[in-house]
Design a binder for this molecule. Sequence first.
Ligand SMILES: [Fe+2]
Length: 379
Amino acid sequence: MATDTTSLKLEKIFTDAEDFLPLNGTDHVELFVGNAKQAAHFYKTAFGFQGVAYAGLETGMKDRTSYVLQQGKIRLVLTSPMSADGPINEHINKHGDGVKNVALWVDDAVKSFETTTGRGAEVAFEPKTIEDENGKVVISGIKTYGETVHVFVDRSEYDGPFMPGYRAWDSHYKPEDTGLKYIDHMVGNVGWGEMNKWVEFYAKVMGFAQLISFDDKDISTEYTALMSKVMTNGNGRIKFPINEPAEGKKKSQIEEYIDFYNGAGVQHIAVATDDIIKTVSAMKDRGVEFLYVPDNYYEDLLERVGDIDEDIAILREHGILVDRDEEGYLLQLFTKPVADRPTLFFEIIQRKGAQSFGKGNFKALFEAIEREQDNRGTL
Ligand SMILES: [Fe+2]
């Protein structure tokens, strides 16, 4: 789809961030999945995404099939392989369904590539121009943690439904949206002792600033621990928290992820809504499973977070969590993993001033995750 780049004002909020890699936002997130057709149905039905574009045998794409879905500014691409071997198969075999490409919207994909590789990024693929009757898109790719890739996308001269090679997908089935607006942040899980390496990567290669840091004293329960640092670009549109496991009495949820994903990868995609109660109740009605929060979480909630606009009884009914920082508060809730392996999940977040990530909820949340791990025999 055509995006108006001329009206864009890129205001620098985080002054520690450097300016050499201007990023307009997330362009799309591509998942490699075992069955893109059925995954597309799931994200439409359960999450309220709409079909946008399709590529496959009918469009001349021989080796893969891709469905592009959109809700608000969030664009997902679901891709499955069409043959018995090749890199997509290998990715799925090793990782299960998961995020392959975190694509970033830029004004110049060649310059973005040259700048980041010049600063030490490994090449995923060289810049290339792809064209069709709707114009041209320039893309390039660099490697980040695990087998995840950042694709730089310049679509300023393109007016088609997604990219050359795709055609519009006007599906008869158009379930109502659930109020999801944009990607708030995307979290990467990396292995033992690797967090600082990737924090440095985002600082040095991409000019990001470090926003927050949590150590194992902030984020630990009786059993499990993790460490986390949040990296942001200058205008705050791209936020990448990086987690690594920490020693606890039992297995950290990050370690569980690393075991099942066979390495580092995207742990969760946080999507923003303006009305979390409406969004979460719609998603629940459509079959999305959320982490269960114990009732006692709500007993002293108002003491912890002060006055809030929402009715506590309704938050309790849906298991929605609340946290406050100096700037305001936020509401959030986490889905269970969206595929069979305990790896990728989604976070639904509504910010009411707060710019943080729900530190006050970590303990309640991790205890909820531990109950799930215990059920899986992986705690
Ligand atoms: Fe998050």
